[in-house]
Design a protein around this ligand. Structure first.
Ligand SMILES: [Zn+2]
Length: 172
């Protein structure tokens, strides 16, 4: 049976909503993870406890609302027989996040030495201002301020959407 056009565009809209929600949720989870890592450096246990509580409260509401959107859109998309397999997708996002930034940058930019600063592809200039951090799998340009994780790098370099970046990163 052919899916009527109005349903097809609904599915597209719902898929976009779903992908955006999943992307935002991964972003928040990353932020929380980074924050908790920073907390480990604090020796005062009481301070650590309260900081962890604050970050929990700060993001709880947004995560809950994202989870509701993800659940609802998944069900609605399923009804349109164009189901995105949520588990597959989450697995792909995790895999993309873990793609080694050194390898990804080497693929695009072919730098001599990733331990030293490299030429930033996001601004013009002859000096090397971009630092790659293999421990946090991220990058930062000390000239133009471009920074982020491996997914953001691919999105900005390829000028593509989150979903495409995730698919590209499956190959690394
Ligand atoms: Zn730059």
């Amino acid at each position: 049976m052919k899916v009527p056009e109005c349903f097809a565009s609904d599915t597209e809209m719902l898929s976009t909503m779903l992908l955006e929600s999943l992307g935002r949720r991964s972003e928040i989870k990353n932020q929380i993870r980074e924050f908790l890592l920073d907390c480990e450096d604090i020796t005062d246990e009481v301070e650590q406890y309260f900081l962890k509580k604050v970050v929990g409260l700060k993001f709880e509401a947004e995560i809950n609302s994202l989870d509701r959107t993800i659940r609802t859109t998944t069900i609605l998309i399923g009804k349109n027989k164009n189901m995105i397999n949520l588990e597959d997708w989450e697995y792909k996002v995790e895999r993309a996040k873990d793609a080694d930034i050194g390898r990804v940058i080497a693929h695009y930019l072919n730098p001599n030495n990733l331990k030293k600063r490299i030429l930033c592809p996001f601004h013009d200039g002859k000096n090397k201002h971009m630092q790659i951090y293999s421990q946090t799998n991220s990058y930062h340009c000390f000239s133009c301020g471009a920074s982020g994780d491996v997914i953001k790098f691919v999105m900005d370099y390829e000028k593509c959407e989150f979903k495409q970046a995730i698919n590209i990163l499956q190959n690394f």
